[in-house]
Design a protein around this ligand. Sequence first.
Ligand SMILES: Cc1cc2nc3c(=O)[nH]c(=O)nc-3n(C[C@H](O)[C@H](O)[C@H](O)COP(=O)(O)O)c2cc1C
Length: 429
Amino acid sequence: MRFRDSLSLLDREGKLTRVREPVDPRYEIASRLRRLEGTPVLFENVVGSDLPVAGNLLSRMDLLCESLGFGPEEWIPRLSEAMAHPGPVSETEGAFEYLEPDLDRLPILTHYPKDQGPYVTSGVVFARRGDVRNLSFHRLCRIGRDRFVGRLVEKRDLHTMYLDAREHGEDLSVSVAIGNRSGVLVAGATSVARGEYELGIAAALEHGIEVCRARSNPTSYPIDSEVVLEGRILHDETTREGPFVDLTNTYDAVRDQPVIVVDRIARRKGAVYHALLPGGNEHRLLMGAPRTPTIDRSLRAAGIDVVQIHLTEGGSGWLDAVVSIRKHRESDPRTAIEAAIRGHRSLKKITIVDADVDVTDPHEVNYALTMYWEAGKELVLSDTKGSSLDPMATPDGTGSKIAFDATRPLSVAPERRLKMQRAEPAPGV
Ligand SMILES: Cc1cc2nc3c(=O)[nH]c(=O)nc-3n(C[C@H](O)[C@H](O)[C@H](O)COP(=O)(O)O)c2cc1C
């Protein structure tokens, strides 16, 4: 569903909060989004900009799935299917107006007091180098009227394309799309094999995607993105990026990162700017949700009878997973722990529970852990590959992991059987 249609649908359903009084893109919108977590908001009157700002649109799993036309229980099979079978992408004419590269025209938010400056956080970068295309999210800090410094995580596809361009003394062509269909946002957060193009995933989730060619470079981008910044990642200029509050609500390290110059702004009539709150629900959900199918695939490949997978809010939707399984062998929890790590290397904490535990309910999970864990049913790893977002890890993401087996034993001595059981009220009374 197009970004603006998601807004209209939420409005019709009475799920959209409209803020009519003037709001400041410096701190105020971010603070209000934080206070209204889980509620989609449209700020109609933004100081210094003629564009309204929308946020918290996909700040709950039910909202994300609804915008894609299915229920949350279908998330893993639908995304797995989209990853296996890309949808159709067709090229057509766009209906954009093209403006000079003046970033003052956009309501770019400054989110937190210690941030480096105003950041575009919902931008999906469409890159092209020869035949290789890629799309992924990259935060961009505005450092001039027509320029940003962007965060390119090492070894991710955009970073590899940038290094290749740099080696050849060339800039990398990009278009940064803001205000995208949910399928494009999900695709932007999904990793596929190097050389494959994620747009096919968006097209499968959205039943087809239409793109148009950029005016100023060889990239193309969806015709229904609200605003697109056509530009280049410079091969010969880097500068300091950060501080920036990341997914974990802690400040990411400050690093030297590439400078991006904007050559043209493409804007749809009546454009709405998408504000994505760093460290907020929408950020966590978009980042983590595409990993559940990869964890699921890895568990199934290891022969685990998986029931549910949940990346917890407490773990910022990225570092902490709870997996419920139907246990057939005493070794299953340990096998599941190892498979979950293979499926998502950034995991720092993993809890394996029985099938009757609701993995999305922290009290249930804590109950299972407290009742059924005992010494020896855990795995502790140090100096291991994890996430650079873990505040306790080294900047390259070397850190620790802990995993718990909180499942009941399969065979229990008769005298302990009742003690292991969770009592249920008498039925039908
Ligand atoms: C909201 C959001 C913001 C993100 N910001 C960045 C970022 O600034 N830099 C980065 O390298 N990855 C960022 N990511 C992660 C990438 O988009 C994601 O890992 C993607 O799968 C990488 O794709 P690739 O397979 O093309 O490398 C972000 C993800 C989300 C959901």
